[in-house]
Design a protein around this ligand. Structure first.
Ligand code: PXP
Length: 384
């Protein structure tokens, strides 16, 4: 884990947020391979650490300890940052910002110290350090910290089609998804139209206030529909007639030419493209060569893994694929099989910008209502 965030603070802290922030910060600083340790403490513990290590026996907002001598390392342990939650809370209140924001600013400050900057060395050094902090904050603000959550409403249409009726309407479900605070809606228009229909995609395109992701196969028919409807993004998936749901990732490595052409045709229509791939290096590398904007990493093997060892192995495979994709300049989404038990761990992976979750949310919505089901999943993804 490049960024490890631990809390010794006797109260709730935004751990997930800081974990993702630390990962993104390392990447923004060009140190994606480096390791960073972050510890959250209260006033008393900060005063003790500040006194023991720096001869200043009082509390402060942040202290950092660089690892190793000389310039910033490219890999290995960069150092430790200790954040005082009490001090951050006081400063947040005084500055009229939220606690998350102040902790982020302090984390950036601590990491910039680890990179060798020192505002106490003189006025010019202070200016340079501030400029570096501002540049990193701007970059983090632009990219965002937490992952987006997009909800797949296919299975609302599955229930509708069980009776070949008009209800439940996936369009109405999508409105509730948006009202609950999700970042977007996903539908899969299958060749056999077994659940989502063309009308659903068209109406969603017109009424959604957030984003519409259209999952589809890379066929002429689907490319024509997507080029006309122009969703916010298309996710190309493999499609087999008899499968219950999308069973595996696209074999981009085996069909690179065909997929490259599909990506180019969608780009011509102004539609960004994501490729749904298994967490395998060869698939991610092939995706990088097709001109796609994004990969959605298949989390099905992680979700289905039985036992801690297998789960850890599959988790690491997703993390490795996400890093490889980011290194190739691809945006990273993830999805399939994620539920209320296995999503929180995935949500700590700072490279993943968006989750696409369907079955678990619709299944819970049947029992507790769509808004509550979405809000509960949002809490797991956003960590608050
Ligand atoms: N991503 C893709 C590409 C999918 O095909 C699906 C299933 O439709 C999902 C995510 C969502 O998977 P689940 O329904 O298991 O959450």
């Amino acid at each position: 884990m490049p960024a490890e965030v631990r809390s010794e603070y006797p109260g709730a802290v935004p751990l997930r947020y800081l974990e993702r922030a630390a990962g993104r910060l390392l990447r923004a600083a060009g140190l994606a391979e480096a390791e960073l340790s972050v510890l959250l403490v209260a006033d008393a513990a900060m005063a003790e650490l500040n006194g023991r290590w720096l001869g200043r026996p009082w509390t402060t907002n942040v202290i950092s300890f660089a690892q190793g001598e000389g310039g910033a390392p490219g890999a290995g342990l960069l150092g430790d940052v200790v954040l005082c939650v009490d001090a951050a809370r006081r400063e947040a209140e005084a500055g009229g910002v939220g606690l998350h924001r102040r902790l982020l600013e302090l984390l950036v400050h601590g990491v910039v110290h680890l990179l060798g900057e020192d505002h106490e060395a003189g006025a010019a050094e202070a200016r340079r350090m501030e400029a570096r902090e501002r540049a990193l904050m701007d970059r983090l603000d632009k990219e965002g910290i937490m992952a987006d959550l997009c909800i797949n409403v296919d299975h609302v249409a599955t229930v509708r089609e069980a009776r070949l009726a008009a209800e439940p309407d996936p369009v109405q479900a999508a409105v509730l998804v948006e009202l609950a605070g999700a970042d977007g809606v996903v539908v899969h228009l299958r060749e056999d139209r077994r659940h989502i229909k063309d009308r659903d995609v068209r109406v969603l395109r017109q009424i959604l206030k957030t984003r519409l992701t259209l999952e589809m196969a890379a066929t002429d028919e689907m490319i024509a529909i997507a080029s006309e409807i122009r969703p916010d993004i298309v996710t190309l998936v493999p499609e087999k007639r008899r499968e219950l749901t999308t069973e595996g990732g696209l074999d981009v490595a085996a069909h690179e030419g065909h997929i490259r052409e599909a990506v180019a045709r969608l780009h011509d229509a102004g539609v960004p493209v994501s490729l749904f791939v298994d967490p395998e290096a060869a698939q991610v590398e092939a995706a990088g060569r097709t001109g796609a904007d994004c990969v959605e990493i298949h989390t099905g093997r992680y979700a289905e893994a039985r036992g801690a060892e297998a789960r850890d192995r599959e988790f690491e495979a997703v993390v490795a694929a996400a890093r490889a994709a980011r290194d190739l300049g691809l945006r990273v989404h993830a999805g399939h099989g994620l539920d209320y038990r296995n999503t929180a761990r995935m949500a700590s992976v700072s490279e993943i910008e968006e989750f696409s979750i369907g079955h678990a949310v619709v299944a819970r919505a049947v029992l507790v209502g769509m808004e509550r089901a979405v809000r509960e999943m949002l809490a797991l993804v956003k960590g608050c």
